[in-house]
Structure formats: C-alpha cells, structure tokens
Design a protein around this ligand. Structure first.
Ligand SMILES: [Zn+2]
Length: 307
C-alpha cells in the first residue's frame, strides 16, 4: 500500500476548488464533490456505511465525503455534530480508489473501538495487526481479490510471514518512515506486502472459522479489557495456550488457504481488476445518523489516520 492515501492527500498549491460542489444529502450523510463524481462518492459512502455496520457493529454512522480541495482540513476531520469528514481527491482517472474505504475503516476503528493515545505508533493503541485487519476488512470485492492473490503467491513461495511474526510485527510502513537507505526500504516493501496480505488472509480465516464477519470487534473488546491478545486468540480458536498453540494455528491457516477456492484461484499477472466489481449499493439503508450512545467516542486523533 502506498503512503499516498487520500487522507494524507494534501491539496496541491494552485489546485482550484472544483466547481459545482454544493453539499448534497446521501443516506449515509452528505457528499461535497463535483457533480460528475457524485455517483462514485455515493457508492463509496454507502459501502463504507454498510461495512461499518456489518464489520464493526457501528450502526447509525453518519459521514461526509468531500473533495480534498473543499475540505476544511486536508486530514480527516469532524463536523460540529461529531461526525467524520473524509476528504478525497476526485478527478480525472475514474472513481475514488478503494483506499478511501480502507481509510474509513482505520478511522472508525480508532474513533469507536480502540483509541490512539500515544505518539510514535502506527495507528491505535492496539497491536498493528488488528489496526490493519480492521481497515483491510473494509475493502471492496476487487481489492479483496488482489489481496488474496498476493497472499496465495507469497504463501506458495514461502514469503508470507508466519503467524507468530505477523502478530508481533510493527507496521512496516511505520518502520519505513524511520529508515531512509535504499536497502532497508526494499526490505520494508517486501515486509509490507506480506503484512497486508496476511491481514487479509488471517481475517478471512477467522471469519471462516467463527462465522463472524465482525470478528474484529471481539479482540478489540478483549484489548480494551486489558487481555493479552495472543492468549485470547488461542483460546478463541480452541488452541492450547502453550508455545505450540500459535504454530498449530499457523498450520491450520496454511491448510485452510490451500483449500479455500478464493486463495487457489489467484490472478494472472497483469490482470486488471474492475473497480466496479462490488454489488450495487443498497439504497434502502436509512440516513438516520444516531449511533448507540453506549459506544464510547474517542476523541479524534490524526495518529489513527494512516494507510
Ligand atoms: Zn491500512
């Protein structure tokens, strides 16, 4: 994944505000983009809102998607009512990248599930794998295919990180910002590929084993309660909590990947995956923006807004 995500996309000097960006209402909140990009913003917003409900159990989320050049801040920010505003670059070259939804996943996870209270960390106070898994879970069908193909390829060639390493990893992109020389950056990019691919594969595996697309909510709760996530994970997956548990779980993951059709298919190199592969947005979702008041709303922090 590139560092050039939309939430990090500062409007370039000289960028004129796009014409015709009067706010329009959408079932998920509002859209502030030029008319020709409204359908794309609508589809992304609807998908993000549905993902918030299905994957993070956040009902009644309200969000604004805005052209980065119209945003009050180039970073994600918050309305007076406390709802998130997501700036994104809309322009020639098609609809917004899938990365927007990924970023919304990161942001909602940090707003409602686990806060980010410290400087110098990748995202929230949770281990980096959980941050990344929450965001990857938000991605659409086309990107899921790409991630699975990458994971399958890395697994075939022995380059997918072990579960033990993955759970202990500092996000490679955080390390990348600390190291400048070419050799360490090349090593970082290799690690980055494995980290993202493993985030997809391990999420899919957990969903397959538990039947819960919102599985991310469970370790988040355990983390807030101060539990050791590795021990929690082994218990949840019915593995012994001694040293053998992680290796067994890793072996089970590898076996599952080799049998799951989505990981067997792969992609032919150079395949162009259509960004229109997602199902049509469901227009029946209502636009009431009222989140469960029992949910804690952590104060917004830029630290949680990383790719
Ligand atoms: Zn991410």
């Amino acid at each position: 994944m590139l560092l050039l995500s939309g939430l990090l996309a500062v409007a370039l000097p000289g960028d004129a505000p796009p014409p015709d960006t009067a706010p329009v209402q959408a079932p998920f909140g509002s859209i502030v983009v030029a008319q020709q990009y409204r359908d794309a913003a609508y589809a992304e917003g609807m998908a993000a809102r549905a993902a918030a409900r299905k994957l993070l159990r956040l009902r009644g989320i309200c969000l604004t998607i805005t052209d980065a050049r119209r945003a009050p801040s180039p970073w994600g920010t918050t309305t007076a009512d406390g709802w998130p505003i997501y700036p994104w670059h809309f322009g020639p070259g098609g609809p917004p990248s899938y990365i927007l939804r990924h970023e919304i996943g990161h942001d909602l996870f940090a707003r409602y599930l686990i806060p980010s209270t410290k400087l110098g960390q990748y995202g929230t106070d949770a281990p980096d794998w959980l941050d990344e898994m929450a965001a990857i879970a938000f991605e659409g069908a086309a990107q899921q295919r790409v991630r699975r193909a990458e994971a399958a390829d890395l697994a075939r060639t022995g380059r997918l990180p072990s579960l033990r390493d993955y759970l202990a990893m500092t996000h490679p992109e955080l390390n990348a910002t600390r190291s400048a020389d070419g050799a360490s950056q090349a090593a970082t990019s290799q690690k980055t590929a494995g980290f993202y691919a493993m985030s997809r594969a391990f999420y899919d595996f957990l969903v397959a084993r538990t039947g819960k697309p919102d599985i991310v909510v469970e370790p988040a709760r355990a983390f807030r309660q101060g539990q050791d996530l590795q021990i929690w994970l082994l218990k949840r997956m019915n593995q012994p909590s001694d040293g053998s548990g992680l290796d067994r779980l890793d072996a089970a993951l590898g076996e599952w990947m080799s049998e799951d059709a989505r990981y067997r298919l792969g992609l032919t190199p150079g395949t162009i995956v259509s960004v229109a592969a997602d199902p049509k947005p469901q227009r029946h979702l209502t636009g009431r923006c009222r989140i469960d008041p029992r949910l804690r709303h952590y104060s917004f922090s830029r630290a949680g807004m990383k790719p």
